[in-house]
Write a protein that binds this ligand. Structure first.
Ligand SMILES: [Zn+2]
Length: 472
C-alpha cells in the first residue's frame, strides 16, 4: 500500500514543490521519514503520531516509511512545518483513504491536537503551486479565502486532521478566488506641495509614466523626500498582472497576508550591505527585489557604501537580479542628494560655504557610471510649511495626470523620431559630448513625452524637453 501527496516548502528562499510518498510494509511497527535531517524527522514524527493518536485515527499497522523528494536536509524545523498537513494526509491515505485528488496540493501545519494552521509565507507557497499546474489547494480554513484569492485557485479549507476521512473530506468547504479590489485610486496627500515647482513635477511625471530612473538634487529639507512621495502617489494602482509578484514578495519578506497590496515603496537604510541590497543565493531577498513594480528610494545617496553603489550598476542597467526572486524591469529607482556638502550650492536660500575641494570630494561619491543608470535629473527646492499646510489641490488635475500616466504605461508602441528631432539630437550630441547611454536616455524620455502629448512621432520639441532633464 502506498500514497503520494504534493506539498510546497521554502528552500533557500524559493518556494519549491515537494513530493511525499508513503509506503506500508510488514514488520515492526514504526514510522520513518527519509529526506530530511534526523532532528526534523524526530520532531515531525512525534507531532504527527501524537496528533493522529489524539484524534483516534486508525493509523496503519506495520512499518510506515515516508520518502520526501527532493531531499530537504538543510531545512530548519520551522520551514518544514508547511509539510505537516501533507505528511499526515499521506499516512492517513494509506489506510484506503485515498480521498485527496492528485491535482490537489496540501500546505498546512498541525498542532499536537490536530488542528490546522497556516505556516509562514503560505501565500508565496500557494502562488507557486498555482503556477506549477495544480488545480486545487488544501489549506488551513482560517486563511482559505485569502489564499484562494491570492493564488487564483479554488481552496479547500481544513481546520482539523479529523476531516481527512473520506466521509468528512467530501464535506470540506471550497473557497473560490474573489475579485481583487485593485482599482482604488489614492487620495493625493503630497501632490499639492509641488504645484509651484512645475519642472520638478514634470520630471516626476515623466519618471512614473515611462518608468525612468530619476535623480533629485536639492538643499537639505523635505523637498526631495516629498517629491518621492508625489511619485508614489502618481503611480497607477497595481495591475492584475503585477499583483501576484507583489503578494509573493510581501509573503516572503513580511509574511503578509494581504490580497490587494499597494505598490511597494522601499527606502533602504544607508547601512545596507550588498546582500541586503541585492539579495543572495541562500534566500535573502534584497531591497531591489522588494521594490519590484514600485519605487526604490536611495535617499542621501552618497551615504551608501561605495561598494553597494557599484554593485547596483549592473541591476540598474539590466533591471535584472535573478536570486532568490527574479527582479524585473518594472520598478523605478529615485536617487536623492544635496548639490554639495553644505547643501546650498546653486540655490538662493543660503550661500554655499563649501570649498572647491570639499565639493569635489562629495560629488565624486556619485560616479559618472552610477549617474548614467538614470534617465532624468531635476533640481528640487524645499517645500515651505505654508505650502505643506495649504490643501488647495485640484483633485481634477491630479486625476487627469494619473489617467495620462496610466495611458502612457499601457502604450507599448515604439515611436520614431521625425527629421527635425533627429537633427536636434545629433547637434546636441556633438555639442554636449553625450555618451551612448545619455543619448539613449534622451530618446527614451522624449518618447515618453511624445506619448503624454498623444503624438505618434518624437518631435524636436520632445527632444528639447528631454534635454532639459538630462543627467549632468
Ligand atoms: Zn555647499
Amino acid at each position: 500500500m502506498s500514497s503520494t501527496i504534493a506539498s510546497c516548502v521554502l528552500l533557500k528562499g524559493r518556494p519549491t514543490l515537494v513530493k511525499i510518498e508513503t509506503v506500508q510494509t510488514r514488520g515492526i511497527p514504526r514510522y520513518t521519514i527519509h529526506g530530511m535531517s534526523a532532528k526534523n524527522q524526530q520532531t515531525l514524527s512525534h507531532k504527527l503520531k501524537t496528533a493522529l493518536r489524539v484524534l483516534k485515527f486508525p493509523t496503519p499497522s506495520g512499518a510506515i516509511t515516508t520518502q520526501i523528494s527532493p531531499p530537504l536536509e538543510g531545512l530548519s524545523t520551522s520551514t518544514c512545518q508547511s509539510l505537516e498537513l501533507a505528511l499526515a494526509a499521506s499516512i492517513v491515505s494509506i489506510k484506503n483513504y485515498s480521498c485527496i485528488p492528485k491535482t490537489t496540493l496540501c500546505i498546512g501545519m498541525t498542532t499536537l491536537e490536530g488542528s490546522i494552521q497556516s505556516p509562514p509565507h503560505i501565500f508565496a507557497l500557494a502562488v507557486h503551486a498555482a503556477k506549477s499546474g495544480y488545480t486545487q489547494l488544501l489549506v488551513p480554513e482560517s486563511d482559505a479565502q485569502d489564499i484562494a484569492t491570492a493564488s487564483r485557485l479554488p481552496c479547500l479549507g481544513i481546520h482539523s486532521l479529523s476531516q481527512l476521512t473520506p466521509h468528512t473530506f467530501s464535506q470540506i468547504k471550497q473557497y473560490v478566488p474573489q475579485q481583487q479590489n485593485l482599482t482604488s485610486q489614492k487620495n493625493p496627500t503630497f501632490f499639492h506641495t509641488f504645484q509651484n515647482q512645475p519642472s520638478a513635477l514634470r520630471a516626476i511625471t515623466l519618471a512614473v509614466a515611462g518608468r525612468h530612473n530619476l535623480i533629485l538634487i536639492g538643499p537639505p529639507g523635505n523637498g526631495k523626500t516629498l517629491a518621492t512621495h508625489v511619485a508614489d502617489e502618481l503611480q497607477p494602482p497595481v495591475s492584475s498582472q503585477e499583483v501576484q509578484d507583489v503578494i509573493v514578495l510581501n509573503s516572503l519578506t513580511r509574511n503578509s497576508l494581504e490580497t490587494s497590496p499597494p505598490r511597494p515603496f522601499i527606502s533602504p537604510p544607508h547601512t545596507s550591505t550588498i546582500t541586503q541590497m541585492l539579495g543572495s543565493k541562500n534566500g535573502t531577498i534584497g531591497w531591489l527585489q522588494q521594490a519590484q513594480h514600485g519605487i526604490l528610494f536611495l535617499d542621501e545617496t552618497p551615504h551608501f557604501s561605495p561598494a553597494v553603489l557599484t554593485h547596483l550598476l549592473d541591476p540598474l542597467e539590466t533591471k535584472k537580479v535573478s536570486h532568490p526572486v527574479r527582479y524585473n524591469s518594472n520598478s523605478i529607482t529615485i536617487a536623492a542628494y544635496n548639490p554639495c556638502p553644505c547643501g546650498y550650492s546653486g540655490f538662493p536660500e543660503k550661500a554655499c560655504t563649501c570649498s572647491e575641494a570639499e565639493k569635489n570630494r562629495y560629488t565624486k561619491k556619485i560616479t559618472h557610471a552610477f549617474k548614467e543608470r538614470f534617465q532624468l535629473q531635476v533640481m528640487v527646492a524645499p517645500v515651505s510649511s505654508t505650502q505643506l499646510r495649504s490643501q488647495k489641490v485640484s483633485q481634477e488635475s491630479f486625476s487627469k495626470l494619473t489617467k495620462t500616466i496610466q495611458r502612457v504605461r499601457n502604450n507599448s508602441a515604439h515611436l520614431e523620431q521625425n527629421h527635425t528631432a533627429q537633427h536636434l539630437l545629433s547637434k546636441a550630441h556633438d555639442r554636449l559630448c553625450l555618451s551612448i547611454r545619455q543619448h539613449q536616455a534622451i530618446i527614451r524620455v522624449a518618447e515618453t513625452i511624445a506619448k503624454i502629448e498623444e503624438s505618434d512621432m518624437i518631435t524636436a520639441d520632445h527632444i528639447a524637453e528631454a534635454l532639459q532633464f538630462r543627467i549632468q
